[in-house]
Design a protein around this ligand. Structure first.
Ligand SMILES: Cc1cc2nc3c(=O)[nH]c(=O)nc-3n(C[C@H](O)[C@H](O)[C@H](O)COP(=O)(O)OP(=O)(O)OC[C@H]3O[C@@H](n4cnc5c(N)ncnc54)[C@H](O)[C@@H]3O)c2cc1C
Length: 421
């Protein structure tokens, strides 16, 4: 079959890799000049390694992507960096049963109850019965009101804003279940890894056409037409659902409504380059447990990967998930830094003296909103258009979006279009 794939992110490239193994002809169209999609990276000229526009790591149980790395013979680094939380202007390491059980802001009883509730959730293999409850209705009852208000509610609110009361307990379950204390990272950065995947696709006979923005697809009974880009037997769309609707105006109204219903939230991230470390305590990931704070997470990447790969600079992400109408989307990196400065100066009063530069990245759709009973709404691979298939991060449920699930999705869609009649 002659198959087109729209999007050279992890889903599109894995599908291409798999379909080529099965002997099909594959062309990938990517609007950007580089592969990677949401996991795309960039490189300042002084750096040896690339850095992700948005902070990325793998969990050590991210089997699909780690297996792919093994298959590509791509080196992966595993480390156990420190995760902490900022509570009432104080930083607490909170990344193990011991640190949770000694957390001084809660009584011993509250700590044991919270640890017990999290352990029950983590080791419960059945997510389906959980999906009919919201996280906000069950967590305070299960772990206790105070632990929820201090630690978990601010994280949910900072991530999901006004959607917080709707978020499913199954989403929270997936987050707690998947987390591993050690994390993995591809040598050279995610861009280098996805470039290696793209090169393998090309070596195996696939075509990847960059700077190719697919504006419209039309589907006849036999072929799918991508205008000046040609006609194909089958087309896999790996774009977010709202972007699929834009390029396929002939989709029927009820299907369009079912996709429009699936909401998402965007992300605005500033990468700060410093000559000196930002955190005094070697924290990699800081959750900001304060709903009034201007950032949700501060991630010192070089407390995970060695600064020697980045010309000895200290690289810090200042991250936010926000609806695409939020004013942060239209501010420059420098303007955003001004907004964040009161918080940053409280943590490190001298950071500005060692500032080399800031860069901003934003994306309108970064995280699907997962409400209760989402399993009924997950779109299927088949679409109403013959020979047009959808594979995107709204389908990896009950898991949260991630490159591991994009790899799994790429493999599944390849199987679906080749093995089902
Ligand atoms: C802030 C943030 C943090 C994250 N952290 C992690 C993490 O730590 N670990 C992890 O594994 N994952 C993480 N993720 C999630 C991960 O990046 C995604 O789940 C994954 O990259 C999705 O891959 P995809 O191929 O399905 O989609 P995408 O990456 O969205 O790929 C779609 C591709 O289609 C292209 N495209 C769009 N429109 C067109 C068009 N009309 N024509 C042609 N091409 C088009 C896009 O340019 C893009 O390359 C994070 C994401 C964000 C935003």
């Amino acid at each position: 079959m002659n198959i087109a794939i729209i999007g050279a992110g992890f889903t599109g490239l894995t599908a291409a890799y798999d379909l080529l193994k099965k002997g099909h002809t594959v062309t990938v169209f990517e609007r950007d000049s580089k592969p990677g999609g949401l996991a795309i990276g960039y490189k300042e000229k002084e750096w040896g390694w690339t850095l992700e526009a948005f902070y990325h790591h793998w969990f050590t149980n991210d089997k699909a992507v780690l297996d792919l790395a093994k298959e590509l013979n791509y080196p992966v680094i595993i480390k156990r960096p420190k995760t902490s939380s900022l509570i009432d202007n104080e930083i607490f390491q909170l990344d193990s049963p011991t640190t949770i059980l000694t957390f001084p802001k809660l009584s011993l009883f509250e700590r044991i109850r919270m640890a017990g509730a999290l352990a029950l959730l983590r080791y419960n293999p059945y997510w389906k019965p959980l999906e009919k409850y919201t996280a906000a209705s069950i967590l305070p009852k299960a772990m206790g009101e105070k632990p929820y208000r201090i630690l978990w509610e601010p994280l949910l609110r900072n991530k999901f804003g006004s959607f917080t009361p709707d978020i499913s307990l199954a989403w929270f379950w997936a987050r707690v279940t998947k987390r591993t204390p050690s994390l993995a990272y591809p040598e050279g950065g995610f861009l280098r890894f996805v470039e290696a995947l793209a090169h393998t696709v090309e070596k195996n006979g696939g075509k990847i056409i960059y700077n190719a923005d697919i504006e419209q697809l039309t589907s006849g009974d036999e072929k799918v037409d991508l205008g000046k880009h040609g006609t194909f037997d089958k087309v896999i769309v790996t774009l977010p659902s709202f972007a699929f609707l834009k390029i396929a105006p002939s989709l029927p109204d009820d299907y369009k409504k079912s996709l429009i219903k699936l909401q998402g939230i965007g992300a605005v991230v500033v990468v700060m380059r410093l000559k000196e470390p930002f955190f005094a305590d070697n924290t990699y990931w800081l959750n900001v447990c304060d709903t009034k704070a201007p950032v949700l997470a501060i991630v010192e990447h070089t407390n995970f990967m060695d600064k020697k790969h980045y010309n000895n600079e200290h690289l810090i992400y200042l991250g936010n998930y926000l609806p695409k109408e939020h004013k942060y989307f239209s501010l420059t990196a420098e303007e955003l830094l001004k907004e964040f400065d009161p918080l940053l100066s409280k943590i490190n009063p001298t950071y500005k003296k060692s500032l080399i530069g800031v860069t901003k990245f934003s994306v309108p759709f970064a995280q699907p909103i997962i409400p209760i009973n989402y399993s009924k709404d997950v779109p299927s691979f088949d679409t109403p258009l013959p020979n047009v298939y959808l594979a995107n991060m709204q389908q990896v449920y009950p898991w949260d979006r991630g490159t591991n699930y994009a790899v799994e999705l790429g493999e599944k869609i390849s199987h679906h279009i080749t093995e089902t009649p």
